[in-house]
Design a protein around this ligand. Structure first.
Ligand code: DPP
Ligand code: ZN
Length: 875
């Protein structure tokens, strides 16, 4: 496969002004008539007379005419993935007719069928599977789309924009025509045809327009739309208030489909969602799912401005829309719930998974320099690190200047396809700040490492912090330059009070919170007028996506856990303490004691009702195995698992009565609500239950069984089931799993949760048990959610089983990837990810992981998607 480079970017030679599409949908295929109004791009200096369009080997070209005349066979060349017309005038109309087989499209790119309905996924390069087209985001056109299908089977026919015409046709068929007045890249094109029910609502915009909101779902899901619709309305209001962005079309539609590679897609006016990211009811979705749905609905909606009105020039700029939009949805979620908890969740995910990506063979900058297959670059680096980069601009500029910058960005680039550099320039121009060094965040891969040293000069009353910055090497990048890092800090006195941060000797008024700006490889900051040695609170609110090394003592960490006014750092201190305690036990086989300081800190948390319970619920979660592995050098996963289990067992035993009291106290009265407080209470209860069952406590078992019976919501039902699954109560677990399945077997979203709770459990998810799940009638090789909930969860969460000493977990994944590579390469390439970091692990594991990668590499006919991941990992 070919590598594509950013440095090779050239403006398109031909532009498309208008696209007229006509889809004839049949049981055995679809015919697509496309009329393109094209002209030479005045901005291109190429004199090339030939026209190149992208295509796909699975699409059949039926006819091709230019300005009304059918092209002779020698006038063009139909290569598998490209159509070259040897000579075209400066302005012309091109008629293309293609034939596709959506019913056989298992890649789920382009036009395909999912549970009988037709739907599309065109980002990044799916439109070329539908018709021949200059499939690149800087070609923006107006689309008119007519869809024809059998009326009884496909009463609902949708595309982007407004429906302008509809009517009946012969043979029981009908049509609807849609027109989208906004020019857009073809990756935002969408079509849906199905037998769907419609849920309607409306939104009154800030300028007084009424927008028609519609959700389309399969009839069995009719009662699962309310939460998404409410979330949508909150997101629309929020974007008006916080960013001044109003919706632009008269209709906004959301469709739920079961078979979907991604979480959701922001097609103009017609967002398509993976069912699991949009459908919810109290009975079937957990609190976490409710929150995830709210944020994804908002994310896709926010793309209407950050992505659709202003789009990407090329796919190297993907983070332009994704980083910014994730930042926007994070702000939104923070505003809707608990900002501290949201920050903790985002940072935990980043530190666990993005840091891992950034130190592995697939590490790439937020704006990559090259790729083979762009779908491999929908990564945590593009999304989550990209979000952090935008967040740092927000921190450096402050909210008002940031808003000025975003206003300027939208105004200056409305209707254009632009670059991350254009975004930064708008921020600079609006604020007057120089972000030239800051741009390195887009160019350099790798997680910066900050080493912090301090000294206290009692006689002078000065406390000095020295911060050294280095950025590790990543594939293709060495000798990196220091980056511009906002480093938020505070200093605490022995009584826990916040001390003024006087950076100059004469400073009288000084804040107790400061954002230090690091720009050099080393900086020393002096804080004056301090009569005692302070405890530093570093990188408050996780102000930059970096690793911080400072020799905290356990006493300092316990102090910060209970005194730091920065909620994020309180949590972080607890995590660091737990990491320290668990790491100290890794590989030990004796009966080493668990630090009583940790036990007492947790006891304090469990008892203290004056604390924000949402924060307490987060603080009670021990660092995940994945995070512990990420932090370790040459980790031995089974050893880490045992050490963590040991600490968990110790805490659960020592705190038994506190856990029972916490469980009883946090009963949620009244009707089900997804408020931060109610979510926190359910989380505390379910954590207490999990810990009790972890040590097979009889009272805990009784509580779990009765909670399972009585639960009126999925959070509590799943909490009880999960606790039983991870306990030694095999019979009770079996009975509960069966009861759960019997009750919910007709609901795919719930069955996916049932798969995941087993596949992710180190007690229930042994390899033979995983194979049984895959043999279960509800498992479906064509459905990405099923693959993710069994194979993905096994390899990503059931870490001791995946990393079994005998290599069986690795060989299992190898087998599944090879199998999936033919039918759905995008999902196959994602599944490879846990193997890619083979160099990190102890050699006994690493060598076997490498062997699995080699076996995948040697599969005949390997897809480009998997090829890229495997070759880069082995390089
Ligand atoms: N649908 C994906 C997202 O919203 C890709 N754009 O992030
Ligand atoms: Zn997105």
């Amino acid at each position: 496969p070919q590598t594509i480079y950013l440095k090779d970017y050239r403006v398109p030679v031909f532009l498309v002004d208008h696209v007229d599409l006509r889809f004839e949908l049949f049981d055995d295929g679809a015919r697509v008539h496309s009329v393109l109004s094209m002209r030479r791009n005045p901005g291109s200096d190429s004199a090339d007379k030939s026209l190149e369009l992208n295509g796909d080997p699975l699409t059949t070209l039926e006819s091709l005419s230019l300005d009304g005349s059918e092209l002779a066979k020698d006038a063009f060349e139909d290569r598998a993935d490209k159509l070259v017309i040897h000579e075209v005038p400066d302005s012309f109309e091109l008629d293309v007719v293609t034939w596709l087989e959506p019913q056989n499209n298992t890649r789920l790119e382009g036009l395909y069928q999912s549970s009988g309905m037709f739907c599309t996924q065109c980002e990044a390069e799916g439109f070329r599977c539908i018709t021949y087209f200059p499939d690149r985001p800087d070609v923006m056109a107006r689309f008119r789309t007519r869809i024809e299908a059998d009326k009884a089977s496909f009463p609902i026919l949708l595309s982007n924009g407004n429906d302008v015409e509809k009517g009946d046709l012969d043979g029981g068929r009908h049509f609807v025509t849609w027109e989208d007045p906004f020019p857009k890249p073809c990756y935002l094109f969408a079509l849906v045809a199905g037998n769907l029910v419609e849920k309607r609502d409306s939104f009154h915009t800030m300028s007084g327009r009424d927008i028609d909101l519609r959700m389309y779902v399969e009839p069995r899901n009719a009662e699962k739309c309310e939460h998404a619709m409410d979330s949508l309305k909150r997101a629309m209001r929020w974007d008006e208030e916080v960013y001044g962005r109003e919706y632009d079309l008269d209709i906004f539609m959301i469709v739920a489909v079961d078979d979907f590679n991604m979480g959701a897609m922001e097609n103009k006016g017609l967002n398509i969602f993976n069912s699991s990211c949009v459908l919810a009811s109290q009975e079937t979705a957990t609190d976490q799912a409710f929150q995830r749905i709210e944020s994804i609905v908002a994310h896709e909606y926010f793309h209407n401005w950050s992505g659709n009105r202003v789009t990407c020039r090329d796919w190297f700029q993907l983070s332009l829309k994704e980083g910014f939009t994730v930042f926007r949805d994070s702000q939104f979620s923070a505003d809707m719930g608990s900002p501290t908890v949201k920050r903790i969740e985002d940072a935990a995910m980043l530190r666990t998974a993005q840091f891992a990506e950034d130190s592995g063979p697939m590490a790439h900058p937020v704006r990559p320099e090259s790729y083979m297959e762009i779908t491999n670059f929908y990564t945590l680096t593009i999304y989550e690190k990209g979000c952090e980069v935008v967040g740092m601009i927000h921190t450096l500029l402050g909210p008002d200047m940031f808003r000025k910058g975003s206003d300027l960005y939208f105004e200056r680039h409305d209707g254009q396809a632009v670059t991350t550099d254009d975004f930064v320039r708008a921020m600079e121009d609006a604020s007057g700040r120089d972000l030239s060094q800051f741009r390195l965040w887009y160019e350099q891969a790798g997680t910066p490492e900050l080493t912090v040293q301090d000294e206290y000069d009692r006689a002078a009353g000065i406390y000095r912090l020295t911060i050294d910055q280095t950025i590790p090497e990543t594939p293709g990048q060495t000798n990196k330059k220091p980056q511009h890092i906002p480093f938020a800090i505070g200093l605490l006195g022995t009584g826990g009070e916040s001390l003024p941060l006087k950076l100059g000797a004469g400073e009288t008024e000084a804040p107790t919170d400061r954002v230090l700006e690091l720009t050099e490889a080393s900086h020393t900051f002096e804080f004056h007028d301090l009569s005692e040695r302070p405890v530093p609170s570093l990188l408050r609110n996780f102000s930059a996506p970096v690793r911080v090394y400072y020799p905290w003592t356990r006493d300092q960490l316990m102090f910060l856990m209970s005194h730091d006014p920065d909620g994020f750092n309180r949590w972080d201190a607890g995590q660091r303490l737990a990491v320290d305690v668990i790491s100290g036990l890794v590989g030990e086989t004796g009966s080493e004691a668990v630090d009583s300081g940790l036990t007492e800190a947790y006891r304090g948390l469990l008892a203290d009702e004056s604390l924000d319970q949402a924060l307490v619920a987060k603080m009670l979660q021990l660092p995940s195995e994945a995070y512990l592995i990420e932090l370790a050098d040459s980790p031995n996963v089974p050893d880490i698992h045992r050490a963590r289990e040991k600490v968990l067992g110790h805490l659960a035993t020592a705190l038994r009565d506190d856990l029972l009291a916490c469980y009883q106290r946090n009963t949620v009265e009244g009707s089900y609500e997804v408020t931060p407080d109610a979510v926190a209470r359910r989380s505390l209860r379910n954590t207490a239950l999990a810990w009790l069952l972890h040590m097979d406590d009889e009272e805990g078992r009784t509580l779990a069984e009765s909670q399972f019976e009585k639960a009126d919501n999925m959070t509590d039902r799943m909490g009880a089931l999960r606790a039983l699954v991870n306990s030694g109560y095999e019979q009770e677990c079996e009975r509960t799993l069966n009861a759960f399945y019997e009750q919910w077997k007709d609901d795919p979203q719930v069955v996916e949760q049932w798969f995941a709770v087993q596949a992710g459990s180190s007690r229930r998810g042994s390899l033979p048990e995983i194979r049984q799940l895959m043999a279960h009638p509800a498992f479906d090789w064509k459905n990405p959610n099923k693959i993710r909930s069994v194979i993905g969860v096994f390899a990503g969460q059931n870490l001791p089983a995946f990393h079994a000493e005998d290599g069986s977990g690795y060989r299992f994944l190898e087998e599944q990837v090879r199998r999936l590579d033919d039918s759905n390469p995008q999902i196959a390439a994602r599944l490879v990810s846990p193997l890619t970091r083979w160099r990190k692990f102890a050699p006994v594991h690493g060598e076997q992981m490498k062997a699995a990668l080699e076996a995948i590499r040697d599969k005949p006919g390997l897809s480009r998607d998997v090829y890229e991941v495997v070759h880069k990992s082995l390089a």
